[in-house]
Design a protein around this ligand. Structure first.
Ligand code: ZN
Length: 362
């Protein structure tokens, strides 16, 4: 198999509407209209969220799973306020038989979050909320103070621990695939994140933390898309992280391997479309996506300057381009620290991993 996961993903969601049907306002568990209309699966990259795009509902609370791992009971002290987990729109805010005052928020990432047993709901149906915004005063039952919290996909509850580390309250930095399978939702962590976690170092313990790009000879490197211009740089676009640089020439243009190495992935991969990862013996890893064609297979050895694919717009792309990512010793970094995209030359400096990030040294 070239790749573990082959699903054509839903590219993006329409913004959440602020009007809801009477049924949506009266039932906690209800299908999300259109969620699986274009594909039977979608993915959310939780690693790409900025720090202000996520909040644990009760930051000082203690979280335990209950209800067959469908709910979290987050215990805290009286008077605490419950926070929205992600940005979204309130779909449901009323008293429910079992969980007292309940709020359900619909998020543009396709999920819904549920906050029950509140003493008082502070938001109304149709109201837009931001991650971390106060939405309720915590309540509870039988003398205990807690919020009953759940995460839903298409009306079905998923185990919150799949997404959140209960002890630290942190969101796991991973891409998660939600797939409709009959009436159920299957949840899987994408393999790419696992591969990245392992990074380069695991299989190459002899590489050093430093790479002097000036020492590379002419035949040891190649600019991946000669003649291109940069149409989108690496870094934050508003609150969204762009994890690579977008390079554009024309459709079906040749893409070259940046260095010698081994192809560790070549397949259709979610929003990236046709995706290639090459692992290089110098400690780098380069990623290429949106190709119209991939010419290499997993396990294949390639030389710097070898054609590996053609530019395209597969996956989440509005124009034919190359989305190029650079990783050094398992850490993703700005490809402009590797190449000068104006001159198409390697940068005359040394890449160093310091404090968990890739830095350039003269
Ligand atoms: Zn891109």
């Amino acid at each position: 198999m070239a790749c573990g996961v082959i699903i054509v993903m839903m590219s993006s969601f329409a913004p959440v509407k602020d009007t809801f049907t009477p049924a949506e306002q009266q039932q906690i568990s209800i299908e999300t209209p259109g969620l699986f209309s274009r594909s039977n699966a979608f993915s959310v990259d939780f690693g790409a969220l900025g720090s202000n795009e996520y909040s644990f509902p009760l930051p000082v609370g203690k979280a335990e799973l209950e209800g067959g791992n469908a709910n979290l009971r987050i215990t805290t002290k009286k008077g605490d306020v419950v926070k929205a987990m992600f940005d979204g729109v309130v779909r449901f805010s009323r008293k429910d038989g079992k969980f007292g005052n309940v709020i359900v928020i619909r998020h543009s990432n396709g999920l819904e979050t549920v906050y029950g047993d509140n003493a008082e709901n502070l938001v109304k149906v149709g109201q837009s909320v931001k991650a971390g915004q106060s939405i309720a005063i915590v309540g509870g039952r039988e003398g205990r103070v807690f919020c009953t919290f759940a995460i839903m996909v298409n009306g079905g509850r998923i185990n919150p621990e799949t997404l959140i580390e209960l002890a630290s309250h942190r969101l796991r930095k991973q891409e998660v695939i939600f797939r409709k399978s009959g009436n159920r939702i299957a949840v899987a962590v994408s393999r790419k994140e696992k591969a990245e976690e392992k990074g380069y170092t695991a299989s190459n313990p002899n590489t050093t933390n430093r790479l002097d790009l000036r020492k590379l000879k002419e035949h040891e490197w190649a600019y991946p898309l000669p003649g291109c211009k940069v149409i989108s740089d690496y870094g934050y676009r508003g609150r969204r992280m762009h994890t690579g640089v977008d390079l554009k020439t024309k459709p079906n243009d040749k893409i070259y391997a940046a260095f010698d190495g081994e192809v560790t992935m070549s397949c259709l991969y979610h929003g990236y479309g046709n995706y290639i990862i090459i692992r290089h013996p110098n400690g780098l890893e380069t990623h290429y996506s949106h190709q119209s064609r991939n010419y290499v297979r997993k396990g294949q050895k390639v030389k710097a300057g070898e054609v590996i694919g053609l530019t395209g717009r597969t996956g989440r792309a509005t124009t034919a381009h190359l989305h190029f990512e650079a990783v050094f010793r398992g850490k993703r970094f700005n490809p402009s620290q590797l190449f000068n995209h104006a001159t198409k030359q390697l940068r005359p400096h040394t890449l160093v991993v310091k404090g968990g990030a890739v830095k350039a040294e003269k």
